[in-house]
Write a protein that binds this ligand. Structure first.
Ligand code: ZN
Length: 157
């Protein structure tokens, strides 16, 4: 029975020994299948990489020329690694920026909330409306960053 390859979408006949085969036997597709399986394995075994890291670091210290030589001989790896590092850095930077923005909103909201008791004595309706808006804004911030906001809401009026 013929099947379509998961990667190149061409028709192929699975090996009789592997009826569940989802990818054709062309070298390019086999390489993609292996890369996908490896990625999946690393996602399912996150602790393996963590426990290996100190060993790899120690090893790299023993053989400082290895990576230098490898990078010299594999320029496409260098380019790929550079892109990966840049995007990881950018992601971390954006996350930090988002956190800072949230922190500022929370601080501003808290300062507004601290002012409201003065209004409350004079203008009850306005106070209630302001509180409603504040509740919404607090909720919005907390939905964006749960753990940070739970404390702020708990200590509210
Ligand atoms: Zn294929």
């Amino acid at each position: 029975m013929k099947k379509r390859c998961k990667f190149c979408h061409k028709w192929f006949t699975p090996h009789p020994q592997a009826p569940h085969q989802r990818c054709c036997s062309s070298p390019a597709c086999r390489k993609k299948r292996k890369a996908a399986a490896d990625k999946n394995w690393w996602l399912n075994n996150p602790k393996y990489g963590q426990s290996r890291r100190p060993k790899i670091k120690a090893w790299a210290k023993e053989y400082p020329d290895y990576w230098r030589k490898y990078r010299k001989e594999h320029p496409d790896y260098v380019e790929k690694d550079r892109r990966r590092r840049r995007s990881a850095h950018q992601k971390a930077k954006n996350a930090a920026k988002q956190d800072a923005v949230r922190q500022i909103s929370v601080e501003k909201l808290e300062s507004i909330r601290d002012l409201t008791p003065i209004c409350a004595a004079k203008q009850d309706a306005v106070h209630r409306r302001v509180n409603g808006i504040l509740d919404y804004l607090f909720w919005k911030e907390s939905a964006a960053k749960q753990d940070n906001m739970v404390n702020c809401l708990a200590s509210g009026p």
